[in-house]
Design a protein around this ligand. Structure first.
Ligand code: GLA
Length: 388
């Protein structure tokens, strides 16, 4: 991995802040948040996903230390920790410690560092803020220690840190897209083979993320419960399907033929995964053909499936999608990310974006009592060192 290829500009204010805290001029690293267009809750069943990285990012400024100690200041929380060792605390520092400890456990000789972290990916909004912190910290610690690591290994290590240290059994999607994304495209990833293709997003389509302001936290239990249900579903159908490794191997026709033999809840979980996988492939195709009518229909089907079969939506997300479906310029809307709160993703015609935002914001606030945070996002590149 060559971190030196990334463009972008060093944030002068971040550098000045680092100098005021630590008295030296830092190097700066960035990793993006993401919005997933379709392919939700499929990555840990080895299915397909179609996320795009955003310009909303986490930045890490840092200098190496020679004593192996990690001193990390979070500008978002105005808190400081030292490490890398330390107990899980349930906050931002877990992502940092988790990555640093995972690097050490994997045999990398990390020199220690002074780091300053600042991010503008909204937290708990389903926009990949956790992976952005993990990947930015990993890039910083590796580069400041004079180490190189393959991009895929960085993504896997960060996923492992979140699984093992933070306690959220997330899949590979967020960390992978944070490493491999290219601006202007979505990234269709096969989460078994880890083969991917970049799918151009038509330049007259805007990605709008509407934060329901219902905060989600993956470590809170329901997400991990869905993973456990998928494992239970695999155990249930495996005897009948030779060679089955994960739910992606279940054939939709087989599923319908055997519906009566599978407990209803597990049937619905499997149905979501197998139908969502088909939708990812169709969505990539629809975007390439600029068939926006089809793209919107697929997003609507995806949302219904997540709401009714996988049961990871919530009333506020359903309201946000229902409002978006009637708003000016809408192409398609669905919940995005882990669910149970967080954001919707909306494809909107460029010329109608302001009207769209106004329409959704006003009605959502009146009907839910929460003021939504609406981001007209820009797609961004994957992680790297920002050149000073
Ligand atoms: C979170 C996880 C991902 C993925 C999504 C749901 O963002 O980090 O791995 O499972 O939820 O699609």
């Amino acid at each position: 991995m060559s971190l030196k290829v990334i463009g972008g500009e060093v944030d002068v204010a971040l550098t000045a802040r680092f100098v005021s805290l630590f008295g030296e001029t830092p190097r700066t690293y960035r990793a993006p948040g993401r919005v997933n267009l379709i392919g939700e809750h499929t990555d840990y069943s080895e299915g397909s996903v179609l996320p795009a990285a955003l310009t909303l990012s986490c930045w890490v400024a840092g200098v190496p230390r020679t004593d192996g100690v990690l001193v990390v200041h979070s500008d978002n929380f105005n808190e400081r920790i030292t490490g890398p060792a330390g107990a899980r605390a349930g906050g931002w520092e877990d992502y940092v410690r988790g990555v640093a400890l995972a690097l050490g456990a994997a045999g990398h000789r990390i020199s220690g560092a002074n780091l300053l972290i600042r991010g503008d990916v909204p937290m708990g909004a389903g926009l990949g803020s956790s992976a952005a912190v993990e990947v930015a910290v990993a890039c910083a610690l590796l580069d400041l220690s004079g180490l190189e690591m393959d991009r895929l290994d960085v993504a896997r290590l960060c996923q492992h840190a979140e699984n093992a240290f933070v306690g959220a059994r997330c899949g590979i999607m967020d960390q992978f897209v944070a490493m491999y994304a290219r601006a202007g495209t979505a990234l269709r990833l096969d989460c078994r083979s880890l083969e991917f293709e970049l799918v151009p997003i038509p330049d007259y389509v805007r990605l709008v993320a509407c934060n329901s302001m219902v905060r989600h936290r993956l470590a809170d239990g329901e997400y991990n419960r869905r993973r456990a249900e998928c494992e239970a579903a695999v155990a249930r159908v495996a005897p009948a399907i030779p060679g089955l490794r994960s739910l992606r191997d279940v054939d939709p026709t087989w599923l319908e033929a055997h519906r009566g033999e599978i407990p209803d809840r597990l049937y619905r979980r499997i149905k979501h995964v197998v139908t969502e996988n088909v939708r990812v492939l169709e969505m990539s195709d629809a975007l390439r053909r600029e068939d926006l009518g089809r793209a919107g229909a697929l997003m609507a089907e995806s949302h219904r499936s997540l709401r009714d079969d996988y049961e990871v939506s919530c009333p506020e997300l359903d309201l946000m999608v229902a409002l978006a479906d009637r708003a000016p310029g809408i192409i398609g809307a669905r919940m995005t990310g882990g669910g149970f709160g967080g954001s919707t993703v909306n494809l909107v015609h460029e010329g109608a974006v302001e009207d769209f935002c106004r329409y959704v914001a006003q009605r959502y606030e009146t009907q839910s009592g929460r003021r939504p945070d609406i981001h007209v996002t820009m797609t961004g590149d994957g992680a790297g060192r920002v050149m000073g």
